[in-house]
Design a binder for this molecule. Structure first.
Ligand code: DAH
Length: 593
C-alpha cells in the first residue's frame, strides 16, 4: 500500500522514497514506491509526470495510476532500479501546478454555480485540457456571465482552500453532497473553500483561490437532463515556484514574534503618517507579507498552528494601527482632503430587457420601411374587436380574456359604446387605416392586458403588430418580411414556417413558428419538436379593410401580432420557468441581461 504524500501536501515537489517493486512490462517499467508525491490519474485530474532517480538508474515517469492500494508509476527506465533501492523523486512542477490550478478552478466554478442555481446536482468534473463540470439539471445558457462573475469574485477574495481527512460518517454529515462512488483504496478527504460547504475531494489543490487567476466560463451546454459548464484559466500564468519546506513551526513563530516587535517600533515613530504606517506594516513589501508567503516553507505538520499565530499577530497589528490612526485623525483638526482623487463611480444600471427588445425590434423593421406608431392602450371595443370582424357576443372573443372599463362618458355613437384595456395590439389596424395614408407600413408596439397570471402568462405584457397595405401584396411578401425579421433579430441560421390557423380578421390566417435556437429544428429538450410558436399572422380580411375606409378591390395587405417577451426569450435561449420574473423587479434577475 503506497502512502499518498500528495494528499496532505500538494506543494511537495521532491521526495525520497523506497522502491517496493519494479517490474518490466512490454514497453514500460512499472514502479511501486513505499510513498509517493506523484498524483495518480483520477477525479478528473490528469496524472503527474516527473523523474525517479536511484543509485544505478533513472526512470522518466510518463503516467501514474492506482492499482488496488498501490500507486503504479509507468516509466521509461535507463539503467537499473530494483526493489529496496532508495530513490529521489521529483514531479514536473509546471505541469502539476497547472493541473492543480485547473482543479481548484473547477471547485470555485462549482461554488459559483451553486450560488446561481442551488438545485443542480453534481455529477462529475473533468479538469484536463478541456475542463468542465457536469450537473443533473439545466441552466439558461446566458447564466455563464453571472457564474463567471461569481467565480472571479471568489478568486479575488483570495480565500483559503484547506483539506481534512474524515471518516465516512463525518463525510456524510459535513459534505454538501456525497458522490455515488467513493474511493475504497484512499483515505477520505474533504476540501473546504473558506466560507463554503465542505466537498469530498481527493485531488491536489492550491492553498489560496487567487493562485488560480482569472476564470472564464466558455460555454454552458444543456443535453438531455444534464448540463455542462465549460471553464478555462489562463494557462500562461507563470507558475509560482515554491521552495521546499524547511522551517519548523517554532522557527517560523520566532520570525513572526520578531516582526511583531519591529511593528511596535514602527508604530511609535511619530514622523510617519497613517498611510505610511499602513504600507510599512501591512503593505505588499512588509515583513508580514513576506512571512505570509513563507508559510509554505513550514513543515506540513506545523503549518496550521504557525498560520494561526501569524493571523493573531496580523490582527493585533491591524488593531493597533486603527487605534493610532484614529488618535492621529483627532489630533489634526484639518483632515487632508484630496480634491484630485478620482470619484467613486455610481453603480450603472441598464435598460429593462423588454425596453431593449422593443428598441431592437423597431430598428429592424425600420430598415425595411416600417414606421413605429403608437395607438391607445385603453380603447373602444370597436377598434379592439368589432372593426376586426368580431361583433359583440361573437365566440371568437373568448380567446382574449378582456378587462372592460366602466365609463360614464360614452359617446353618442353606435360604435363607441364600451371601453377595454387593449388585449392585443390589433386595435391599431383600423386606427392606422383611418389616417388615410397609403401605402401603410406600420409597426405598433404596445402594452396589452388580459385576465391571466400563471407561469407562462402575465396580466400586462407587450405585443408588436405589423401591418403592410399596398396594391398587390402577396403571401410571398409576408414570408419575406418574417424571414428578414428572424434572421436579423434571432440569428442568421433561424427560419420560419407557417401553419394554417383561424383569426376573424385575416383570411387566410397562419400561426408562425421559428426553428429552435438550440437544436435548429431537429428537436431537443427545450423545444420538443424543433419549432417554437412566435404568434399569429394573415392576409387582412376585406371586412377589416372596409371598416378602415379602404376599398379591398384596390388594396390588400398582411398583418401579424407577436409577443415581445416571447420573441426575446426565443432570441436569448433564456429558459424562464416563470415569465412573471420579468416584471418582478428583482435586481438579481435583471442584472443578468
Ligand atoms: N391579435 C392576435 C392575438 O393577440 C395576433 C394576431 C394574429 C395579430 C393575426 C394579427 C394577425 O395582426 O394578423 O392573438
Amino acid at each position: 500500500m503506497t502512502e499518498l504524500i500528495y494528499l496532505s501536501d500538494s506543494y511537495r515537489q521532491n521526495d525520497r522514497a523506497k522502491i517496493v517493486s519494479s517490474e518490466r512490462s512490454e514497453k514500460d517499467t512499472l514502479i511501486v514506491l513505499d510513498q509517493t508525491i506523484f498524483y495518480p490519474q483520477g477525479g478528473g485530474q490528469p496524472s503527474d509526470k516527473g523523474e525517479i532517480v536511484g543509485p544505478n538508474g533513472k526512470a522518466k515517469v510518463k503516467h501514474v495510476r492506482m492499482q488496488g492500494d498501490d500507486v503504479v508509476h509507468e516509466c521509461i527506465l535507463e539503467g537499473e532500479l530494483k526493489a529496496g533501492d532508495h530513490v529521489d523523486c521529483a514531479i514536473d512542477w509546471d505541469w502539476r501546478y497547472r493541473n492543480m490550478r485547473r482543479h481548484s478552478a473547477g471547485h470555485i466554478v462549482h461554488e459559483a454555480a451553486m450560488i446561481v442555481s442551488p438545485l443542480l446536482i453534481p455529477v462529475k468534473g473533468e479538469h484536463g485540457s478541456n475542463p468542465y463540470i457536469e450537473y443533473k439539471g439545466s441552466l439558461p445558457i446566458d447564466s455563464k456571465y453571472v457564474i463567471e462573475k461569481k467565480a472571479n469574485e471568489i478568486v479575488e477574495k483570495n480565500l483559503a482552500l484547506t483539506t481534512e481527512f474524515v471518516s465516512l460518517e463525518e463525510l456524510q454529515k459535513r459534505a454538501s453532497y456525497v458522490p455515488q462512488h467513493l474511493p475504497k483504496n484512499k483515505p477520505l478527504r474533504i476540501l473546504i473553500i473558506e466560507g463554503f460547504h465542505p466537498i469530498p475531494d481527493g485531488g491536489t489543490q492550491v492553498s489560496k483561490t487567487s493562485e488560480v487567476g482569472p476564470i472564464t466560463i466558455s460555454k454552458i451546454e444543456n443535453e438531455d437532463d444534464k448540463v455542462r459548464i465549460y471553464y478555462a484559466i489562463e494557462e500562461t500564468q507563470p507558475s509560482v515556484s515554491i521552495p521546499q519546506e524547511s522551517l519548523s513551526g517554532a522557527q517560523y513563530v520566532g520570525f513572526v514574534l520578531e516582526a511583531q516587535q519591529n511593528a511596535k517600533k514602527i508604530l511609535e515613530d511619530t514622523s510617519l503618517g497613517v498611510e505610511d504606517l499602513r504600507i510599512a506594516l501591512l503593505g505588499s513589501k512588509s515583513e508580514l507579507a513576506s512571512l505570509t508567503k513563507q508559510i509554505r516553507n513550514v513543515i506540513a505538520s506545523d503549518r496550521q498552528q504557525a498560520g494561526t499565530v501569524l493571523n493573531q499577530v496580523k490582527r493585533s497589528i491591524e488593531k493597533q494601527l486603527n487605534e493610532v490612526s484614529s488618535v492621529k485623525r483627532q489630533a489634526s483638526s484639518e483632515e487632508f482632503f484630496d480634491m484630485t482623487a478620482p470619484g467613486i463611480p455610481p453603480p450603472m444600471g441598464h435598460l429593462h430587457i423588454v425596453t431593449q427588445a422593443i428598441t431592437e425590434i423597431t430598428r429592424i423593421f425600420e430598415k425595411i420601411g416600417f414606421t413605429r406608431v403608437r395607438h391607445p392602450e385603453v380603447d373602444w371595443d370597436w377598434y379592439a374587436f368589432e372593426s376586426l370582424n368580431m361583433p359583440p357576443n361573437h365566440p371568437a372573443r373568448d380567446e382574449w380574456e378582456t378587462f372592460f372599463v366602466e365609463s360614464s362618458k360614452l359617446e353618442n355613437n353606435k360604435r363607441f359604446q364600451s371601453i377595454v384595456l387593449t388585449p392585443h395590439t390589433s386595435n391599431g389596424q383600423v386606427r392606422e387605416m383611418e389616417k388615410s395614408k397609403l401605402p401603410i407600413r406600420m409597426i405598433n408596439i404596445a402594452k396589452c392586458y388580459r385576465r391571466q397570471s400563471d407561469v407562462s402568462h402575465v396580466p400586462m405584457f407587450h405585443q408588436f403588430e405589423g401591418m403592410y397595405i399596398d396594391k398587390g401584396v402577396s403571401i410571398g411578401n409576408l414570408t419575406g418580411v418574417f424571414d428578414f425579421f428572424v434572421k436579423n433579430y434571432h440569428g442568421i441560421d433561424r427560419k420560419i414556417r407557417l401553419r394554417p390557423f383561424h383569426f376573424q380578421f385575416t383570411e387566410p390566417s397562419f400561426e408562425v413558428d421559428i426553428n429552435c435556437g438550440i437544436c435548429l429544428g431537429k428537436g431537443c429538450r427545450l423545444c420538443k419538436e424543433g419549432w417554437l410558436e412566435l404568434g399569429g399572422a394573415g392576409m387582412i380580411h376585406p371586412v377589416v379593410l372596409k371598416n378602415g375606409g379602404i376599398n379591398p378591390q384596390d388594396y390588400n395587405g398582411f398583418a401579424f401580432g407577436w409577443g415581445v417577451e416571447r420573441a426575446y426569450m426565443m432570441k436569448s435561449g433564456t429558459k424562464l420557468d416563470d415569465i412573471r420574473l420579468i416584471y418582478s423587479n428583482d435586481i438579481r434577475f435583471l442584472q443578468q441581461f
